[in-house]
Design a protein around this ligand. Sequence first.
Ligand code: CMC
Length: 436
Amino acid sequence: MTPSDVKATLSFSDGSPSMELPIYKGSIGPDVIDIRKLYGQTGKFTYDPGFLSTASCNSTITYIDGDKGELLYRGYPIEQLAVNCDFLETCHLLLYGDLPNEKQKVDFTARVTNHTMVNEQMQFFLRGFRRDAHPMAIMTGLVGALSAFYHDSTDINNAQHREIAAIRLIAKMPTLVAMAYKYSMGQPYMYPRNKLSYAANFMRMMFATPCDDYEPNEVLVRAMDRIFILHADHEQNASTSTVRLCGSSGTNPFAAIAAGVACLWGPAHGGANEAALNMLEDIQRQGGVEKIGEFIKQVKDKNSSVKLMGFGHRVYKNYDPRAKLMRETCHEVLGALGLGNDPMFKLAMALEKIALEDEYFVARKLYPNVDFYSGIVQRAIGIPVALFTAIFALARTVGWIAQLNEMIADPEYKIGRPRQLFVGSVKRDVKPIGQR
Ligand code: CMC
C-alpha cells in the first residue's frame, strides 16, 4: 500500500484530542483512510453496516469502476477477456496474476482436467438428499463435504495444500453441479470427458446420457464459457467477503468455499438470475409486454416490496459491462437455436428500454446487471431455472479461491472480527421465574 502525503484529521466537538489518520493510495480507485488505530487511541469504533464506505482488505485481483461501468481482472478489461480468452485462461489469470502463455495453458489445463472426477463415495452422499432439493442446498452440502474426502489439502496455512485445493475445486465444481442436476432428473451421472474443453465437458455431463452421444454445439459452448468468465470474480461482494471471513479463522478451503456458496444463494446476490427469469415468466404469463407498465408501477410503489430483479447494483451506477456482453451472447445463442423471436428475450429488451427511460430508475442510477440476461441464455441452452445459481457458484469458485489465497498469503492478515454498536439492555439481574 502506498502512503499518501495527505493525512486525515478526525476532530471531536466535545474537545477530545483530535487524531491524525494515514491515507493510502491504490493503483486506481478511491484512497482509503486507515482507521486501525482508532479504537486504541479514541475508544470509538466506526459504524458502517453494509460496508458502504469500508474497504475490508487490499487486493490485486479485480477492480470495478462503478461510475464508468468498468470491470478489470488483474488489469485486463472484461470485454477483452470475454472475446480473446477462455475460462481456464481466466482462471490462471485470477489465481496466479497473469494470463498463461501456450505452455502454461497446456500445463494448467492438464492439472485441472486431472482432477475432474470426484471420489466415488460422493454419489452415496448425494443420495441422501431429496430428489426435489434445491440445487444450491445440495451444492452447499457437496462442497463442504469435499473436505471429508480430500484430507490431504485441508491445511489452509500450507501453500501446497491451498494450491491443490484450488485446482480440485475448479476441476470438480462442474462435475458436482452436473451430478446435482442428474440426480434431480433421476438420470445416471455422466463421468467427465477430459479431452473436451472445460465448458464442453460440463455441458456433456449435464446433457448426455449413457444411451446417447452428445455433440456439444459450438455456439452454446462458447456462451457457457462466457457465462463462466463473466461470473469468475467481482471483488469484495457478499459471497467473496463471506469466503474471506470464513477462511480467516483458519478453516479449510472447502469449508470456506461452501460458506461462499451459501451466501451466493440469496436473491439479492447470485440468486438474482433465477429471480429475474421467474419475474420475466410471471410478466409473460400475465400478458407480456402489455403488462410492463403495470409491473413497473408496482416496482415503484414503496409499499409493494416488488423489485425489478436483474436491475441495480451496489457498485455499478452505470450499465454493468457484463450485462452488455451477456446481451450480445443472448442474440448469438437465440440466433443459433432459431429462437430469434423468443418472447422472453423480447420482453426483457422492452422492459430494459422502459426502465432505462423511467425517472425512478434514472434518478437511482439503476441499470441492468449481468443477471438480467444470463437467465435467458441459460434457459435457451436447456438449463433449468433452479440450477442457474449453482452455475454462478461454479464460475465464481475461482474468484473465491483466488481471494482466499491472497488473504492467507498476506502477512498482515488477521481473523476477521467486526465490532458493534450495542443498543440492547444494560446489565440486569435474573428474577426467579415466578416473578418475571
Ligand atoms: N428495483 C427497484 N428498485 C430498486 C432496485 C430494483 N432492482 N434496486 C435498488 N432499488 C432502489 C431501492 O429501493 C432504493 O430506493 P430508495 O432510495 O427510494 O429507497 C435505491 O434504489 C437504492 O437501492 P439500495 O437497496 O440502497 O441499493 P443496494 O446497493 O443496497 O442494493 C442490490 C443493491 C443489487 C441488492 C439491489 O439493487 C437489488 O436488490 N437488485 C435486485 C437484485 C439483483 O438483481 N441482484 C443482482 C446483483 S448483480 C449479481 C451479483 O453480483 O450478485
